[in-house]
Design a protein around this ligand. Sequence first.
Ligand SMILES: CC(C)(COP(=O)(O)OP(=O)(O)OC[C@H]1O[C@@H](n2cnc3c(N)ncnc32)[C@H](O)[C@@H]1OP(=O)(O)O)[C@@H](O)C(=O)NCCC(=O)NCCS
Length: 166
Amino acid sequence: MTTFPEAFKSWTIRRGLPTDGPELLRVHSSAILAAQGRGYSQEQLESWVDGLLAERYGEAMTAGKEDFLVAVSGDGTVIGFCSHHDDRVIGLYVDPDWSGRGIGSALLRAAESCIAEQGHRECGLEAALPAVTFYESLGYRRLGERDVTTRGGLFVRVFDMTRHLR
Ligand SMILES: CC(C)(COP(=O)(O)OP(=O)(O)OC[C@H]1O[C@@H](n2cnc3c(N)ncnc32)[C@H](O)[C@@H]1OP(=O)(O)O)[C@@H](O)C(=O)NCCC(=O)NCCS
């Protein structure tokens, strides 16, 4: 029988805080780099991570540019996050050590609830190639695809997607 340490047994979702910056950076970077073999090259993944800064998350929160929901393990460690603004999900990342446990889905649904509470009927997002099937499994449909430039200066294919909020 597999046994997990205490911290692996439970997780909860709370609002993000500016002081979460370093942990958000760790989750963000590790989630991207773990997407190896899902459509982007290693160079593209590294270029997606390039230029991420711990202080950017708190700045986005305090400037009202992004609201963050974070998933935390039983010992308070940040293990995932979803940021959103107006009628859009901006980012969704789960620590690869915690993937496949429903955390990404729960964060996305929680962000959709916040968006719906603000009166929006649609939730839009720009999906990275490795996450397109994940979003489709959660009711999102493709509107189109295009190439964007990463912070590191490489082109990557992304998909504009949307889901109707009931
Ligand atoms: C995509 C991501 C957020 C999913 O988080 P997660 O916590 O592992 O997802 P869940 O456990 O809620 O998965 C829900 C379902 O989607 C599936 N799934 C998870 N990641 C997937 C992926 N990349 N592609 C296809 N299906 C995926 C799971 O197998 C699960 O299916 P099931 O319910 O039939 O078992 C996470 O893998 C991640 O951070 N990826 C790298 C960064 C990224 O691409 N983020 C999106 C940027 S737009």
